[in-house]
Design a protein around this ligand. Structure first.
Ligand SMILES: *Cc1c(COP(=O)(O)O)cnc(C)c1O
Length: 426
């Protein structure tokens, strides 16, 4: 790298630093181009992307089919608002509801908005269908959850950084430990006002915590038994990331309608975001069957951009790519290989204590204290060695490459990761 080029990237960083709010702490890498599993910085250095914009770019950077859908639609019609019908939304709604096996979709833009929407639907259902007294509905959530950044959502976070000094908080939530079916049962038995259970099928932000094999099936059973809505936040885990179309699909191998699989813990409300658009445009979705979705009537919820024709065209193309390019099977196979290779290395490692995950949503736990800078330092070194990843919580590094990766590329990445880790062995 020449001195001039270095100054160049420093200037971009200085601009963001000077004129942007400091609500993120990025690695000092300035990206200007992406294609498939790769991104390039302003100096032309090439990296494997092992974050995939928090699993929004499952289909790979700048996927030609998705970009083409964007360009075509952008030149035709972008936004009408929902004051009128448009010729793209209905087709997209039919496609996505059939793909995931629900009667209806409520289209939104960001993940947090979709979570908010699910909470509103759940509460309204509780009063109008379940018969809970007004203002009494409770939604159960999990410790260490991540569902987004709005005022209501951070109200039930236990991340002090996300919460502190943003109160007063929204009431109506109970927190229980994750992956603890007895704790859930206890809450259900002792409170008649439970309306729903909002849960991530795998806790991504918390550090890629995969629950026990049958946890979600048990959750679904209890929800059915107590007439409580099972609300799955698949914003990060959905769309093939974990080696099935949805993480709630468990070990099914089907590509499309996971309902056919008996391992499928079908949620009452499904929340999708991120990879719904392949990272090309902000698109999120809430899916539910008619008996639930019908509680929302005209004027009771909405969004100017939600369901716009550009989003509909992009999302439909992005979802089609998942099946066309076998991303489910690929994520499953490469995920197994990734964990096998890293497990083998970890056996004799003093710096990494474990690897865990499902499909291509994985994490390693660094053998150091949670407040140490080791994970950050490893990520800096990984970047230097041509691979971008970021610590999630303190000493945990998440590895989530685009699902269009091939085996040769994955093995190349494994050797970069192992080579880098070796530099930190004591
Ligand atoms: C990213 C994420 C969200 C929030 O999505 P935004 O688009 O950032 O608002 C919600 N839930 C989960 C599980 C996520 O990973």
């Amino acid at each position: 790298m020449s001195v001039l080029e270095k100054i160049n990237s420093k200037e971009f960083i200085a601009l963001e630093d000077r004129f942007g709010a400091h609500n993120y702490h990025p690695l000092p890498v300035v990206l200007s181009r992406g294609e498939g599993v790769y991104v390039w910085d302003v100096d032309g250095k090439k990296y494997y992307d092992f974050l995939s914009a928090y699993s929004a770019v499952n289909q790979g950077h700048c996927h030609p089919k998705i970009v083409n859908a964007l360009v075509q639609q952008a030149q035709t019609l972008t936004l009408t608002s929902r004051a009128f019908y448009n010729d793209k939304l209905g087709k997209y709604e039919k496609y996505i509801t059939e793909l995931f096996g629900f009667d209806k979709i409520l289209p939104m833009n960001t993940g947090a908005e979709a979570v908010e929407t699910a909470i509103k639907i759940c509460r309204k259902w509780a009063y109008e269908k379940k018969g809970i007294d007004e203002h009494e509905a409770i939604i159960v959530v999990c410790d260490n959850n991540f569902h987004g950044r709005t005022t209501t959502i951070i109200s039930f976070s236990n991340d002090e950084n996300a919460r502190k000094n943003f109160g007063p908080y929204t009431v109506g939530f109970i927190k229980i430990p994750y992956d603890d079916i007895e704790a859930f049962q206890f809450v259900l038995e002792n409170n008649k006002n439970i309306a729903g259970f909002l849960v991530e099928p795998i806790q991504g932000e918390a550090g890629v915590y995969v629950p026990a094999e049958n946890y979600l099936e048990q959750v679904k059973e209890l929800c059915d038994q107590y007439n409580v809505l099972f609300i799955a936040d698949e914003v990060q885990t959905g769309i093939a990331r974990t080696g099935s179309l949805l993480a709630v699909c468990g070990n099914c191998t089907c590509e499309n309608n996971c309902e056919r699989q008996n391992t499928y813990a079908k949620p009452d409300i499904l929340i999708l975001g991120k990879a719904v658009s392949g990272g090309v445009y902000p698109v999120s979705a809430v899916l539910a069957d008619d008996n639930i979705m019908h509680v929302i009537k005209p004027g009771q919820h909405g969004s100017t951009f939600g369901g716009n024709p550009l989003a509909a065209a992009v999302a439909k193309a992005a979802l089609e790519v998942v099946g066309q390019e076998n991303l489910i099977q690929n994520a499953r196979a490469l995920g197994k290989l990734f964990r096998a290779k890293l497990s083998e290395y970890i056996e004799n490692s003093s710096i990494v204590s474990l690897v865990r995950g499902k499909g291509l949503l994985n994490a390693i736990v660094i053998n150091d204290t949670e407040d140490s800078s080791t994970a950050w330092d490893i990520c800096m070194k990984l970047a230097e060695n041509g691979l971008l990843a970021k610590p999630t919580h303190g000493n945990i590094i998440r590895f989530a490459p685009p699902l269009v990766m091939n085996e040769e590329q994955l093995l190349d990445c494994v050797s970069i990761i192992i080579k880098t880790l070796k530099e930190f062995e004591k």
